[in-house]
Design a protein around this ligand. Structure first.
Ligand code: CP
Length: 327
């Protein structure tokens, strides 16, 4: 199996295959079926940066396939903090594991680690660079949400809002959307937190229409998808630098009713910053049927199960190793 380091590796065929396997994971994820297809396999789940969804859903996805998970959480609990290199760490840990999922604060670090690894490495987020599995679960969610309305990804209008400079989820999702046709992007951020030129160049090359603005109101009236992001405080030189942007772009039910289409899909990779000063995505939207944020998180399990099955080459064995559900 190959590493999954960047969405740049993926084409439409690969995405179609991943989504088809993800669909087949649904009965297992929802406990209607059980499989032992990865019984005896070990996932090395290395998270050198905080995470709720990515770490736990990688772990649960592997468990749901019958495998075991060995976790390393935090830089301080690893000998990286004693000056050991990513290469040596990878050489050692890859002999203990069959596949590794890794998050690290530095851009490029997961690719660096993969050079030393003897087993496939999946990028769970490397600094402000990429978060390819998030982009896949986001795209999968977009496809499902739009399907319900008789729409496809080609020709859609997506607004990306917030800290587009540091948000690795929007970097990966935008790059992945290069593979589709005639997408309209409205990129809403303070000018200092704009989408990197490299990403905009990829969208231009793909023939997409890109509008850049620092105003939320007025930008959403045509959007099929509104994808909000958190101000990524941990990537700024200081908390003070970051906090000047808190609360700059907020979506709540009243703004949604006034400025969005009646069924604009609301997305956010989460975590949303729910502290009063930030509150970028208000709790008063929680019952709005177009709020897809928890469906995104749920779909993360299906996508990660599919990636493990494909990476380890057991996707065709899935049903063969079914086991009874006893609870
Ligand atoms: N979306 C996401 O990556 O969430 P976590 O940081 O909680 O893993």
């Amino acid at each position: 199996g190959a590493n999954i380091l960047s969405v740049k590796q993926l084409d439409r065929d690969a995405i179609g295959e991943i989504f088809a396997v993800a669909d087949r994971m649904e009965p297992y994820a929802h406990r209607r079926k059980r499989t032992k297809v990865l019984e005896g396999a070990i996932l090395g789940n290395l998270f050198f940066e905080p995470s709720t969804r990515t770490r736990v859903s990688f772990g649960c996805a592997f468990n749901l396939l019958g495998g075991m998970v060995r976790e390393t959480v935090g830089l301080a609990s690893s000998s990286l903090s004693k000056g050991e290199s990513l290469f040596d760490t990878a050489r050692v840990l890859s002999s203990y594991s069959d596949v590794i999922a890794m998050r690290h604060p530095d851009a490029g670090s997961v690719a660096e680690f993969a050079k030393g690894s003897r087993v496939p490495v999946i990028n769970g987020g490397d600094g402000a660079n990429e978060h390819p599995t998030q982009a896949l679960l986001d795209l999968y969610t977009i496809e499902k949400e739009l399907q319900g309305r008789g729409q496809g990804i080609d020709g859609m209008h997506i607004a990306m809002v917030g800290d587009l400079k540091h948000g690795r989820t929007v970097h990966s999702l935008a790059k992945l959307l290069r593979l589709y046709k005639n997408i309209r992007f409205t990129l809403v951020s303070p000018p200092e937190l704009a989408m990197p030129d490299e990403v905009i160049a990829i969208l231009d090359d793909a023939g997409h229409q890109v509008v850049v603005t620092d105003r939320l109101e007025g930008s959403l009236s045509q959007a099929d998808i509104c994808y909000l992001t958190r101000i990524q405080e941990e990537r700024f030189p200081s908390l003070e630098d970051a906090r000047q942007y808190r609360g700059r772009f907020r979506l709540n039910q009243s703004i949604y009713t006034q400025h969005c289409k009646s069924n604009t899909v609301i997305m956010h990779p989460l975590p949303r910053d729910s502290r009063a000063e930030a509150n970028e995505l208000d709790n008063d939207l929680n019952e709005n049927p177009s709020l897809a944020i928890f469906r995104q998180a749920d779909n993360g399990v299906l996508i990660r199960m599919a990636l493990f099955a494909l990476t380890l080459g057991v996707d065709h064995l899935l049903e063969k190793y079914d086991a009874p559900v006893l609870w």
